[in-house]
Design a protein around this ligand. Structure first.
Ligand SMILES: NC(=[NH2+])NCCC[C@H](N)C(=O)O
Length: 336
């Protein structure tokens, strides 16, 4: 039973630190940021306490200071201003639409905002993890994983990642067709070629901003340190990246063929075998996007894809990873 599990990398008493991130700037749909608020209102904190966790939750991060700094610095700078200048009757757009103070770089949308938000999330997650707590990040969209995984790897450099998702989210600036950064976090974390093409153009332009977005991200994630489960909607450019880098991925086809029990064992064995010290237990960060689940189970997500995990399969993945005693970071991207 899960109550007997002794977490190997967390300090006693086991503490879950909720990092509420109602942020949706990595994609254009409105409402995607509401997930964390609903989860907490539905009683997540109490439920974790009933499971024996000590829970820390200081409210959701609104990132208002970041939006304020970005928008006011654009007023005093030569930042290219979009044609729609805000007036009293046109309030500053929410983070789900294009902001005049954060024009696209190449086709990447909201690059400055997403970069700053993820940088902040990385610091918060790393702070909790270094104290021996389990950071539980509630999103929001999956661009946030640039922050959460950077934070986990800062505290546990040899951690492996299990990424449960319908999508691979490994587009680069060169391959993305949508320009939505929620489809790109894994490539940024790996520092894959092409990421910074749009940014080097940006740097070479006479932009007033000395800070190139995403320059803070260290390529901390090795291609052999991640395993996907649940893939079924992968772009052509992403398929090429996965293949060329021999990245381990279990699609829904694999789940059907082997069953979820075997798939999770294979994922864990793969990560442990690729540990710097394969005889030692490897810390695990679980990044769970609810769109991995079938839309009949989780319909309220920005990018639903038919043919997903059942309710039990989704739960099983979480239960089994917890059972290893190796969990050090958890993302629950409720609306991606
Ligand atoms: N986290 C997500 N929901 N990602 C969906 C990404 C969809 C598509 N591959 C894109 O890059 O735009």
């Amino acid at each position: 039973m899960s109550s007997e599990i002794i977490p190997q990398f967390l300090k006693a008493p086991k503490t879950a630190s909720i990092v509420g991130c109602p942020f949706s700037g990595g994609q254009p749909k409105l409402g995607v940021d509401k997930g964390p608020i609903h989860l907490v209102e539905a009683g997540l904190v109490n439920q974790l306490e009933e499971l024996g966790w000590n829970v820390k939750f200081d409210g959701h991060h609104q990132f208002e200071d970041i939006k304020f700094t970005l928008s006011s610095s654009s007023v005093n700078s030569k930042l290219p201003i979009a044609s729609t200048e805000p007036t009293a009757s046109t309030p500053v757009a929410t983070d789900s639409t294009s902001n005049h103070w954060d024009p696209p770089i190449g086709i990447l949308k909201n690059p400055r905002l997403v970069s700053r938000v993820c940088e902040e999330v990385a610091k918060v997650v790393s702070g909790h993890a270094k104290k021996g707590e389990l950071p539980v990040t509630l999103g929001g969209d999956h661009s946030l994983a640039m922050g959460t995984i950077s934070g986990t790897l800062d505290a546990h450099p040899d951690a492996g990642v299990i990424w449960v998702d319908a999508h691979a989210d490994i587009n680069t600036a060169a391959t993305t067709e949508s320009g939505n950064i929620h489809g790109m976090p894994v490539s940024f974390l790996m520092g894959l070629d092409g990421n910074h093409q749009a940014f080097s153009d940006f740097k070479n332009s006479d932009s007033p901003s000395s800070e190139t977005p995403f320059a803070w991200i260290k390529p901390v994630l090795k291609t052999s340190s991640i395993v996907y489960i649940g893939l079924r909607d992968v772009d052509a450019g992403e398929k090429k990246i996965l293949k060329e880098n021999r990245i381990k991925a279990f699609s829904m086809h694999d789940v059907d063929r082997h069953g979820i029990g075997k798939v999770v064992e294979m994922a864990l064995n793969y990560l442990n075998a690729n540990n710097a010290n394969p005889d030692k237990l490897r810390p695990i960060h679980l990044s769970f996007d609810v769109d991995a689940l079938d839309p009949s189970v989780a319909p309220s997500t920005g990018t639903p894809v038919r043919g997903g995990l059942t309710f039990r399969e989704g739960h099983y993945i979480c239960e089994r990873i917890w059972e290893t005693g190796a969990l050090v970071g958890l993302d629950l991207m409720v609306s991606s």
